[in-house]
Design a binder for this molecule. Sequence first.
Ligand code: CU
Length: 134
Amino acid sequence: MKRFLTSLSLGLALAAMSAPALAHSTVKGTVPVSGSILPGSPPEIVINFNQEARLTSLVVAEPGKPERKLDFMPGGASTSFMAHDPKLSIGRNEIKWKALSKDGHPIEGTIIIVIKPGATPTTPPVQHEEHKDH
Ligand SMILES: [Cu+2]
């Protein structure tokens, strides 16, 4: 009986877990984390999704400059996208991304990264990760 109840609750747990899979893909995390203050432009920007998505646009708005497109990879569906050497400017950079969720809905978000020469790298305590500029 105990064994039956255990497998029943496991089944219910799995059913509960599979339900959100039909919802939008959401961002699981970015590197650097939005709100980071860094002494220089990071070597790359990584956006991780909880499930497959298709990144459709990645632009950066820098202080006093027109919006600039960033190249990213891969071009198809993935759970992780990377923009190599984004060459962020000193000041407040708004990295705006747009993607197509696995369920076909458009999703978007913004990552704020502040570049401040001489600053000690500061990341908000949203995520726990190893990240340092070399
Ligand atoms: Cu959706």
